[in-house]
Design a protein. Structure first.
Ligand code: CUA
Length: 315
């Protein structure tokens, strides 16, 4: 499907509603522009200098009823449009019924998604038609923007924030997925596909996916959901020690000691981050003691051990 045809097609009721609102507002504005311009041109010609049009029956300069009437009518008209547009906006933010939640992670420069059963994909998002989908989106580095023109949805994904976006696609097909926020040199290549499938085709597709439920994969998810990636990610704003290849390597501490980043060191750094601060960094990391279970701690460690290969596989 070409970019143009997917831009024009509307794959959800909301997309059609958005189009109706857009074209109504455009038509109304167009009508007013033509009306005003027409009157200006008409009067300019009729009452031009030296024209012999009668000026005897001009209305008085201010007619109270007329002024009040047209001011109120205009206010009412625009309040109506405002109400219409905001009702649609709020409707779009509230998922109908029990939604199917899919986690999306944006990073330079790809869209990674994960279905409830742990099935994962990159730059593709398969969803069932006629079912409320709730995307829970996080960024691993900079601001990206999740944009699907055919669904008329666009949502910025800000690091350190979980963004929710819901939609119900009702027309099976393949639609363009774009990043609509300049996010670095390969921003324009951060594209993908949203594949809307009939419910049974989606179930069939799911059954052919391999769910990655390894400990390291769980750890990677935690790394994002706990907010670790907000500071330890590639281009995070907060300066924190990078964690690629950290496992097993020597780490210089602020007090001059050099320690090996083994299991115990990494575990301590998560639970008591103020104890062994890495040289050159401020002790600003909050403790995760009590916030991360033992099982989750193991998953995080498994992820940190695998991190270099993981990154190489993705990029
Ligand atoms: Cu991601 Cu532009």
């Amino acid at each position: 499907m070409s970019g143009l045809s997917s831009f024009i097609s509307a794959a959800s009721e909301r997309a059609r509603q958005t189009d109706l609102l857009f074209f109504s507002a455009t038509a109304l504005s167009g009508f007013i522009v033509l009306l005003v311009a027409g009157l200006i041109i008409g009067f300019s010609i009729r009452y031009r200098k030296n024209s012999n049009a009668s000026r005897a029956e001009l209305p008085p300069p201010l007619l109270r009823e007329f002024e009040t009437g047209w001011t109120l009518a205009t206010v009412l008209l625009f309040v109506t449009i405002f109400g219409w547009a905001s009702a649609q906006g709020f409707g779009a933010m509230t998922p109908a019924g029990e939604p199917l939640q899919i986690n999306v992670v944006a990073k330079q420069w790809m869209w990674k998604s994960e279905h409830p059963g742990g099935e994962r994909e990159i730059n593709e998002l398969h969803v069932p038609a006629d079912r409320a989908i709730l995307l829970s989106m996080n960024s691993q580095d900079v601001i990206h923007s999740f944009f699907v023109p055919a669904l008329r949805i666009k949502q910025d994904v800000v690091p350190g924030h979980t963004e929710a976006l819901s939609f119900i696609a009702d027309k099976p097909g393949t639609y363009a997925l774009l990043c609509a926020e300049y996010c670095g040199t390969q921003h324009s290549k951060m594209t993908g596909k949203v594949i809307v499938m009939e419910e049974e085709d989606y179930a069939d597709w799911l059954s052919h996916q391999e769910a990655d439920n390894s400990l390291a994969a769980q750890g990677e998810r935690l790394f994002t959901t706990l907010g670790c990636s907000g500071c330890h990610g590639h281009s995070a704003n907060v300066r924190a020690p990078p964690l690629e290849n950290v496992y097993g390597s020597p780490v210089a501490l602020a007090d001059g000691r050099i320690v090996e980043a083994d299991d115990a060191y990494l575990r301590d750094s998560i639970l008591q981050p103020k104890r062994d601060v890495v040289a050159g960094f401020k002790p600003i990391m909050p403790s995760f003691a009590g916030r991360v279970s033992e099982a989750n701690l193991l998953a995080l460690l498994a992820y940190l051990k695998k991190k270099p290969q993981q990154e190489a596989r993705d990029d």
